[in-house]
Ligand binder design. Structure first.
Ligand code: BDP
Length: 651
C-alpha cells in the first residue's frame, strides 16, 4: 500500500542553505533531502537570528522584527530580488518558516516581508486511539479512517515511518501537541504510563523531531488499577505520592512530556466526585505532580450526568459544563487548562458557542473542536468545517464588541480524523478539515475558502480552473450538511450509538438528555430563563437577552433555545415547519449538484482518488435522501400540515 503524501506532495523549493544548528535544523535538513528541487534563480537561506548577518537580507530581517520579539515559534520571511531569507529565534520557528516558504513559494513576489507568529500558544490534536481495540468502538473511537496509526495488537507499532509522516504533516500546519490515546482510558491504556513507557518514548522521539509535544490521556483511577491502593482520592497522601512517582517515571523516559489529558466523572469515567472532591481537587492533584517538569493538565469540561434524563429544569444537559465549572473558576493550579467543547452539548452540526468560553475568568482554558466527523458525516459525507470553526473562533463572547473566543482561549484542541488509511482521513477530501484546523489554530482570522485553495493546490497537481471548481464544490458543504440533517439547531436526530444517519426519535426517550420535544403542535427545546431550563441565563447580556427572545434568537439556533409552534413565522416569512421542509429539500438538491459537478471534473484526478471521492459522494446522496425523507415525513405526520410546494414527502 502506498501512502498518500497528502498536502506535502506537490510543493517544491529551489536550493536552500541553513545557518542554524540544533535538532530541528537537522529535521529541516532531512526534509530538504526529501523535497524535490525546482530550477530557480532564487537563493533561499534559513537562519536563526544569531546568525542572520551571515545572510544578504539581514537588514530587512532586523527591520521587520517586532518589539516583543518573535517568540519560540515566530519567524520572518524576507525576499528581495533573488534572495529569500527565513529567520527565527529558535528551531520551531525555523521549521514553521520553512513550511511557510514551501507552501507559498510560488506566490512570493520579489519584494516581500512577512512576520508570522501563532495566535494561540498550544495547538493540539487529541487521538481517540485505543491500544487494544474496544469491543464496540474499535481501534479508534469515532475514527473513520481505518485503524490507529500508533497502536496495533496491543502495542505501539514497530515501524514508525507512518508516524513520522504524520508528525511532518502536523508540523507543516503548525500543530505543536498531540495526545496519543483515547480520553476514555480503558485497562490497557492505563498501562501506557507504566509497562508501555519505552514505546511511548519512541513515539515521543518522533514527534520531538517535528517540535511536537506528546501528551497522554490518563485514567483518574490509575492508582487503584496499577497498584494495591484502594483509593484514588485526590487528597489522600498515598495517592498524591503515587502520582508524583508515576510522573517522575514518565519524565525519565519522556523528559519533554507535554502533560496529561483527563476525562473524569463523565460518561462512566472515574473521577474525584466518588470521594466527594471537586474537579479542582482532581485536576490540581495531577497538575502538582506535573509542575516540577513543566507539564500541563488538560482537564475536560465535558461533564454531565449521562444516567439522568431531563427531570426538571436544572438537569438540561446543555447547562452541565457551566454549572460544574464556573463555581470552581480560580481554584485551579496555573498549569491546568480546562478543555471546553465548543458547544454546550456535543459536537453537533450546529450549536451555540459554549458560555464557559466567555465566562471563565480566572482559569486557563482550551477550545475543543472535533475534526473527526462523528456528527458531521463520518468522512463518508463531505462536510468542510473550516467556515464553522472560524465562526466559533471569531464569536464575540460579550455580544457587545468584546473579546472573541480566539482572543480568550489559551490553547486549542481538536479530536483528530487521522487513521491508518492510505489517504490518512478515509475520505480524501476530509484532509481539508485537518488542514484548516491547523491553519486556523495558527491564524484564527484566516479565510476558510482561501485555506481550501491552499490545501487543494498543495494536494493535487491540477490547473487553476479545476482547483476553483473543487473548492466551489467543497466550500459550503457544512451548510449543506446542516440543511439535510437535524433542523434549526435542534441536534441529535442521529442513529443512537453509531451517530451516522437519521433516527429522529433515536435519543428522544433515552437517558442522555438530548431531546427535540416534538409533538403535534411544535418542536424545540425551551432553554429560556422565563419558562425553560434557564440555560440562556448562563450568557452575559446582551447575549442572554438575544437568545431568550424567540424574535431575536439567531434562527439557525431557534430550536436549540425555544420550543415553538409549527406555524411560528420566521424572518423570511416562512413557518418553522415550511422551513424544515424547504431546507431538507434544498440540502438534498445541493448534494445532487455537488455530485454532478464532481462528475464533471472527476476524470482529472488519478484513479484511486477519483474512486474514493466518487463512492463517497454516492453514499452521501443516499444519506441525504434518508435524512430528508425521515425528517420531512416525521414532521408531516406529527403536524398534519403539508408542504406548501406540494413536493413529495414519503409517508
Ligand atoms: C462523544 C462521543 C464519545 C466520546 C465523548 C467525549 O460520542 O465517543 O467519548 O464525546 O468527548 O461525542 O468524551
Amino acid at each position: 500500500m502506498t501512502v498518500d503524501p497528502c498536502w506535502l506532495g506537490t510543493q517544491r523549493l529551489p536550493e536552500v542553505t541553513i545557518h542554524a544548528s540544533g535538532a530541528l535544523a537537522q529535521t529541516i535538513r532531512a526534509e530538504l533531502r526529501q523535497t524535490r528541487r525546482i530550477r530557480n534563480d532564487v537563493e533561499v537561506a534559513l537562519c536563526t537570528l544569531g546568525r542572520v548577518r551571515e545572510t544578504p537580507l539581514w537588514q530587512e530581517v532586523e527591520a521587520a522584527l517586532p518589539d516583543e520579539g518573535l517568540g519560540a515559534e515566530g519567524f520572518v520571511v524576507a525576499r528581495r530580488g533573488n534572495n529569500l531569507v527565513v529567520a527565527a529565534e529558535a528551531g520551531r520557528g525555523l521549521l514553521y518558516g520553512y513550511f511557510y516558504v514551501l507552501r507559498y513559494f510560488e506566490w512570493m513576489t520579489s519584494e516581500f516581508v512577512v512576520v508570522e507568529r501563532p495566535a494561540i500558544a498550544i495547538r493540539m490534536l487529541d487521538h481517540w486511539d485505543n491500544l487494544v481495540p474496544h469491543p464496540r468502538m474499535g481501534a479508534v473511537e469515532r475514527g473513520y479512517s481505518g485503524g490507529s496509526i500508533f497502536f496495533r495488537d496491543g502495542r505501539v507499532v514497530a515501524d514508525l515511518t507512518r508516524v513520522r509522516g504524520y508528525a511532518r504533516l502536523l508540523a507543516s500546519i503548525g500543530i505543536n501537541a498531540v495526545a496519543i490515546n483515547n480520553v476514555n482510558v480503558h485497562a490497557a491504556e492505563t498501562r501506557l504510563i507504566t509497562e508501555h513507557l519505552p514505546d511511548v518514548s519512541r513515539l515521543a522521539a518522533v514527534f520531538r523531531e517535528y517540535g511536537i509535544a506528546l501528551y497522554l490521556s490518563v485514567n483518574f483511577a490509575a492508582p487503584m488499577e496499577l497498584s494495591d491502593l484502594d483509593t484514588a482520592d485526590p487528597l489522600d497522601p498515598r495517592v498524591i505520592r503515587w502520582w508524583s512517582a508515576a510522573v517522575s517515571r514518565v519524565h525519565d523516559v519522556v523528559p519533554d512530556l507535554g502533560g496529561f489529558v483527563v476525562k473524569a466523572d463523565s460518561e462512566n469515567r472515574p473521577g474525584p466526585h466518588v470521594y466527594d472532591r471537586t474537579h479542582a481537587d482532581g485536576a490540581n492533584l495531577l497538575a502538582r505532580a506535573l509542575a516540577p517538569y513543566g507539564g500541563t493538565v488538560f482537564w475536560r469540561c465535558f461533564v454531565y450526568d449521562s444516567h439522568q434524563d431531563w427531570r426538571d429544569r436544572s438537569t438540561d444537559r446543555a447547562r452541565a459544563a457551566y454549572d460544574h465549572f464556573i463555581p470552581l473558576d480560580g481554584r485551579f493550579e496555573d498549569n491546568v487548562v480546562l478543555q471546553v467543547k465548543h458547544g454546550p452539548l456535543d459536537f453537533q452540526a450546529r450549536e451555540p458557542v459554549s458560555p464557559l468560553l466567555g465566562e471563565l475568568q480566572e482559569t486557563r482554558f482550551a477550545l475543543e473542536l472535533q475534526v473527526t466527523q462523528e456528527y458531521t458525516g463520518q468522512q463518508k459525507d463531505l462536510c468542510y468545517l473550516g467556515p464553522w470553526w472560524r465562526e466559533i473562533l471569531q464569536f464575540d463572547t460579550t455580544g457587545a464588541g468584546g473579546a472573541t473566543v480566539a482572543d480568550r482561549t489559551k490553547a486549542i484542541v481538536a479530536v483528530s480524523n487521522v487513521g491508518d488509511d492510505a489517504n490518512w482521513t478515509g475520505h480524501k477530501l476530509a484532509q481539508s478539515n485537518l488542514y484548516a484546523y491547523g491553519r486556523l489554530a495558527w491564524d484564527p482570522s484566516a479565510d476558510p475558502v482561501s485555506l481550501l485553495h491552499e490545501w487543494a493546490a498543495a494536494t493535487f497537481a491540477m490547473d487553476d480552473r479545476t482547483r476553483s471548481e473543487l473548492v466551489a464544490i467543497m466550500a459550503d458543504s457544512w451548510r449543506t450538511y446542516e440543511r439535510y440533517t437535524a433542523p434549526l439547531g435542534v441536534g441529535f436526530m442521529v442513529s443512537p450509538g453509531s451517530h451516522y444517519g437519521p433516527s429522529v426519535n433515536g435519543y428522544e426517550y433515552s437517558a442522555w438528555g438530548t431531546y427535540h420535544f416534538a409533538d403535534r403542535n411544535g418542536v424545540g427545546v425551551d432553554r429560556t430563563v422565563a419558562t425553560g431550563s434557564g440555560f440562556t441565563g448562563q450568557y452575559p447580556e446582551p447575549l442572554a437577552g438575544r437568545y431568550e427572545s424567540v424574535y431575536t434568537c439567531p434562527e439557525e439556533l431557534l430550536l436549540f433555545f425555544h420550543h415553538v409552534p409549527y406555524d411560528h413565522v420566521l424572518q423570511n416569512g416562512r413557518t418553522v415547519l415550511q422551513q424544515i421542509y424547504d431546507t431538507h429539500f434544498q440540502g438534498y438538491d445541493e448534494v445532487e449538484t455537488m455530485l454532478t459537478r464532481w462528475k464533471a471534473i472527476a476524470d482529472r484526478f488519478e484513479p484511486v482518488t477519483r474512486e474514493n471521492i466518487s463512492t463517497r459522494f454516492e453514499g452521501q446522496l443516499a444519506n441525504a435522501r434518508e435524512w430528508r425523507d425521515q425528517v420531512n415525513t416525521y414532521f408531516y405526520r406529527l403536524s398534519g400540515i403539508p408542504d406548501s410546494e406540494r413536493r413529495t414527502i414519503y409517508h
